[in-house]
Design a protein around this ligand. Sequence first.
Ligand SMILES: Cc1cc2nc3c(=O)[nH]c(=O)nc-3n(C[C@H](O)[C@H](O)[C@H](O)COP(=O)(O)OP(=O)(O)OC[C@H]3O[C@@H](n4cnc5c(N)ncnc54)[C@H](O)[C@@H]3O)c2cc1C
Length: 299
Amino acid sequence: MINLKNIRKKIEGNIEENKSSKNYNTWKVGGNAEYFYEPKNVKELKIFLKLAKDTEITFLGNGSNVLIRDKGIKGCVICLKNTFNNYEVNKNNEFSFEAGLSCMKIAQITSKRNYTGLEFLCGIPGSLGGALAMNAGCYGGNIWEKVIKVNLINKDGKIIEKDKKDFSIGYRNVNLNENNFFISASFLLQENPLNNSLDTIKNYLKDRRSKQPTGLPSCGSVFKNPDNAHAANLIDSLGLKGYKIGGAYISKKHANFIISDNGTKSSDIESLIIFVQKKVYEEKKIFLETEVKFIGSKL
Ligand SMILES: Cc1cc2nc3c(=O)[nH]c(=O)nc-3n(C[C@H](O)[C@H](O)[C@H](O)COP(=O)(O)OP(=O)(O)OC[C@H]3O[C@@H](n4cnc5c(N)ncnc54)[C@H](O)[C@@H]3O)c2cc1C
């Protein structure tokens, strides 16, 4: 239980009770967060975590890879996207970014300075913290490839520095201790002799627009690609494009995307996910593991 009155005396960041999560995830669905906090800076976040030590904590970036259930989120959601936006360009081609910075901004910052290696981040609508947690990637790159070290904060408010080698990194997966959260990361990049990083970004964005239903509420790819197959092709081959449950439907443009209409409930989306898993398993004997993370308890 959080003592809001006491906490507000000690911190300046925005803290609210019973906050709707709909504007904090790209499907625009989900119930309320019991508490919602946007820390002003690391110093304040440390103080908050010490004061809220018996509270369940969920970190959220841009909410572009989560399904927040209708019943909402117990404890406190800590959202970094509006405040942890600082970065530094250090000597030796090293860039340090705070975890709330958007992937798009990081691609732009590095490309405008003519450094190559993170252009692929441009179309991923997440924050750095979420991208590290997911090992986000596309166009042959993924975020951990260029990481040298990260700073984490644990649930007791202690800062921990770790090297890339301290993590086991896989496809959309990193072995992060559940009581540790990313607050910043450093990357080692190369200067681009071809001077074409901004053109690369333009091409990636154009390609994405032609293949994905960008602009509609989704979480990107719902399912991970199984070994030697594409989730989208498997779903498409069963004729499921356009299939709808409540307000949630499978995109006609990309079968691994589920779109939410106005008024869609999280339970519509979750039912559709389970339906697709069942169908693909029945017909193809392949289990589609979800890429999207579920937050909050089931009804
Ligand atoms: C249109 C669209 C296209 C997409 N395309 C791609 C793509 O090409 N490639 C790809 O990989 N993904 C893609 N995604 C998915 C998503 O954008 C990425 O997974 C992104 O990195 C998630 O970042 P986020 O900040 O939104 O994370 P969130 O959705 O906020 O969180 C995702 C997970 O990370 C955890 N988390 C968030 N912040 C932190 C933190 N600071 N410390 C520890 N854990 C944290 C959350 O608790 C949650 O478990 C796409 C999504 C959309 C909507």
